[in-house]
Design a protein around this ligand. Structure first.
Ligand code: V55
Ligand code: FE
Length: 487
């Protein structure tokens, strides 16, 4: 390789590119024991740049996608990681250097790759309709072999995907098995168009609704309830002129109002209600549900942009003190005629990456499972995570009372996004396990921990030693053996 990775936090210490594909057979269990009935696979996806950035520097979000899997059976777990063979990955591998430039800025690419797929498949993994898909919100899904992690190719739902993009945060309705998802910037970079899709349990697209947001911005996640779909619109706006000038795809414009579009699940664009309020930042959604025409949306909310690497349009520097979230509930009344809504705090914790027991997704939930930052604890000596947040705690939060059951992940450690695993045979919300990759700065390697979801502050059920460093991933999924066999 000619050149090397720049000495910036994105590429140093725990964030140093791993660039390897590994198989570790039978991880060492250093604490507790793996329950013999735990049978399935924890898949996750995150960025790991194959080559140093073309422009000398880059943001964490633009690394090449690596899918990893922890496969559990008979009290043992094996690890496998593989790069997703995107078109970008293959073109750059052949050239032995980066050809694509800045995050979501095709104007910075090498002329030899104009018009090629810029997708990195680096954000999440979905299991639906018997397919495992690696997702990135700027491009169509990429199908992956669920056993070998070999890349099968771009998946456009048999050509039915008319949007140029597909979100990394699709939702599966646990009652109907339907997949609900959307693409934003659906007509091309910086377009305000959103295309919403529903697919049946087999993955066949059955419905498509196009509409336009009031302005073009990052629509990273959305929410689904039994009767509605919700699209939050935040002021992390995109701008074609800035892209042409080689600038950042997104910039935070605090003058732009916050909106939430709510559409009946069976409705069309003409049925959308737009609710609005003053500027605020939201990204990942815990869950949403509706009680008749009252729609409740639970999610971390911050005053200002939480991505340090996207600039403010007013020229002010990133201000962490205004980028501290807490877990909130927004409530929208679909029977009202106004465009306002209420917001209350569920728990005053600096959190992100919340997840719900997937059997309660789209329906009323009581618990959220999430990493949070306890700022009263000394910060880890090692380098912070991908989002710049040092999640030193993992918790179950009871949204009815705000009560927390917390596992402190270690003095010099942080947690990645957890995943919930339902106990086989149980239907009780929150009965199962919470699994997470832990960044061990003290040993410059990772652990995998398994917690009792109903006893998060107890001793971990099992701790598994990962004898190497896994970079911060974004999102994942659990596929039980039973779900896999049913496909
Ligand atoms: C996020 C992650 C992305 C992205 C946009 O919130 C937002 C996370 C890993 O890629 O492109
Ligand atoms: Fe995300």
């Amino acid at each position: 390789m000619s050149g090397s990775f720049p000495a910036t936090p994105t590429y140093l210490g725990f964030n140093a590119p791993v660039r390897a594909e590994v198989d570790v057979y039978d991880l060492e269990v250093t604490e507790g024991a793996i329950p013999p009935d735990l049978n399935g696979t924890f898949y996750r996806c995150g960025p790991d740049p194959q080559f140093p950035p073309k422009l000398g520097t880059d943001i964490y979000l633009n690394g090449d996608g690596v899918v990893s899997m922890f496969r559990f059976a008979n009290g043992h777990v094996d690890l496998k990681t593989r790069y997703v063979r995107t078109e970008k990955y293959q073109l750059e591998r052949a050239a032995r250097k980066a050809l694509f430039g800045a995050y979501r800025n095709p104007f910075t690419d090498d002329p030899s790759v104009i018009g090629k797929n810029r997708g990195t498949a680096n954000t999440s993994v979905l299991w639906h309709g018997g397919k495992l898909l690696a997702l990135k919100e700027d491009s169509p899904p990429v199908e992956i072999d669920p056993d070998t992690l070999e890349t099968i190719g771009t998946w456009t739902f048999d050509g039915a995907l008319t949007s140029r993009t597909a979100t990394a945060h699709p939702k599966v309705d646990p009652v109907t098995g339907e997949l609900l998802f959307y693409g934003f910037a659906a007509k091309g970079e910086t377009t305000p168009d959103i295309a919403f899709y529903a697919a049946d349990a087999s993955g066949k697209i059955t419905r498509e609704v196009w509409f336009a947001a009031p302005y073009a911005s990052m629509v990273h996640d959305f929410a689904v309830t039994e009767d509605y779909v919700l699209f939050p619109i935040i002021g992390l706006a995109s701008d074609l002129e800035r892209l042409r000038a080689g600038g950042s795809h997104y910039a935070w414009d605090a003058t732009l109002p916050f909106y939430v579009a709510i559409m009946p699940r069976s409705g069309g664009a003409e049925d959308i209600r737009w609710f609005t309020g003053s500027s605020r930042f939201v990204s990942h959604i815990l869950n949403a549900h509706n009680d008749g025409t009252l729609v409740h949306l639970d999610l971390p909310v911050a005053e200002s942009n939480m991505f340090p690497y996207f600039p403010n349009t007013d020229g002010t520097p990133f201000d962490r003190s205004r980028a501290v979230s807490s877990l909130c509930r927004m409530t929208f009344d679909m029977s009202s005629s106004g465009d306002g809504f209420t917001q209350s705090e569920l728990a005053p914790i600096f959190c992100e990456f919340p997840i719900v027991d997937p059997r309660y997704a789209t329906r009323e939930h009581r618990y959220g499972f999430l990493p949070y930052v306890d700022r009263a604890l000394p910060p880890p000596a090692g380098l912070g995570g991908a989002t710049g947040l040092n999640f030193n705690c993992l918790a179950r939060v009871d949204v009815r009372s705000g009560a927390l059951a917390t596992h402190v992940v270690g003095a010099d450690a942080t947690s990645q996004e957890p995943m919930f695993i339902a106990r086989d045979g149980s239907t009780v919300e929150g009965d199962g396990y919470v699994i997470a990759v832990i960044n061990r700065f003290d040993e410059q390697r990772s652990d995998l921990i398994l917690l009792d979801a109903q006893n998060m502050d107890g001793t971990p059920i099992a701790r598994m030693r990962v004898p190497l460093r896994l970079r911060n991933a974004f999102h994942g999924t659990w596929v039980s053996r039973a779900q896999r066999d049913a496909a």
